[in-house]
Design a protein around this ligand. Sequence first.
Ligand code: AMP
Ligand code: MG
Length: 475
Amino acid sequence: MSANAPAFDQRYVRELPGTYEHVRPTPLANPHWVCWNAQLARELNVPFDADAEALRALSGNGLFAGSEPVAEKYAGHQFGVWNPDLGDGRGLLLGEWADANGKAWEFHLKGAGKTPFSRFGDGRAVLRSSIREMLASEALHALGIPTTRALALVGSDEPVRREQIETAAMLTRVTPSHIRFGHFEWFAYSNQPEQVAALVEHCLVHHFPNSRSAAEFFTEVVERTARLIAHWMAYGFCHGVMNTDNMSILGETFDFGPYAFLDATIPDFICNHTDAQGRYAFHQQPGIAFWNLQCLAQALSSQVSSDDLKAALNRYADTYNDHFLKLMGERLGLATVQENDQQLISDWMHLLASERRDFHHSFRALADRAPDDWAQLDDDAIDRPAFQRWRSALAERRQNETDQGIPLAQARNPISVLRTHLAQAVIDDVKKGSVASLEEYLLALQSPFERREDWQRWSETPPIDYQAAPLSCSS
Ligand code: AMP
Ligand code: MG
């Protein structure tokens, strides 16, 4: 970054005193670049490249001009249990950067060392989970799913103890705001309604231009969250740790841990091996998000009347259903939602689940053929008559669509898919010193609808006997 480059701003720090602690990053020893997201850097018009000075700043060894790092205080419900002792325990807000359109993006350094909120943790992030976050946030973004982004990933040989010894890394996470449901919960619980009001005001001014009051703000959070979860469900994404401290107020996918996209269609799939009860199983996500919104409603009760809170919560189910039908319809090549589409979609999900068919390939196989050629897929079904009935119904429905819905279906069904076994193969390569497969997978996930001969590997399903390494909260 040149000496006269524009500096970072600190709106969060200026406007919300009392919600954070100033903390300096703990430098990572001997840092090296693992991944630089050139596409995002261009989008944000960041004033630096993957150069030595940026490496220092993004590994805790230096600071950008104007950056005043802080650890944010929040609390949350973890697996349904209230925990007041949370906060940024291993990540720091570095400051805000305005892109060419004047939109401000917070830069957050994950793995930046201990803070007053680290409790027993070491303040570090490991390379494996940082690579997983980089891949997931870019994959979701390319699918049109709201998410935080990942700009840069720096590695080191500093050892970190998890289930085994791993190496420390730092990930630069970028989003307009890192405010979580848990921020509001903490300031409500600790009897600081003026801080709840300040958080609401900050969100209204910077992040919710269409809302004019706390009640409208909460309504919009409900709707954004409902649409986010509909997106996850339509694309087979399982978050794994939907604690209220991991819920973004912006309705973005936030805090990647033991997440997984479905391979086989298993509605009660649990990706987090510490979630023995399946609280955060795939099919639980819509209900859990609503539960989390109820926690947020309680935290906002000093600012919004209970009638308005209830009215906002009542928006959840319809918003979720409408969005889910729209997204699933589009995946099936339907540009509009019509009366019987709900049945068509639920029959399809039932077929996929009862035969545990691959979630992504099953959609893409339909998209790759005109409805007249769907008979070629009959052999993929165990219950052929059921599939034949269903595909005939969809073919009939697609007759009303422009171009029979083929271009739409192809634009909504990814060819390259983020899969746990492929992410692990890339991680293994990086650990052996080669970043080539990480760079290629990232590119393929950033253009998931593009078919390229040399990207075939990135659409492969896991081997039948593949046993994923257990993913836990430290993943
Ligand atoms: P998470 O499971 O990543 O959502 O984190 C839950 C809480 O634990 C948050 O307050 C984190 O800041 C904190 N935390 C997670 N990992 C670490 C770590 N390695 N060191 C310090 N704090 C951590
Ligand atoms: Mg978290």
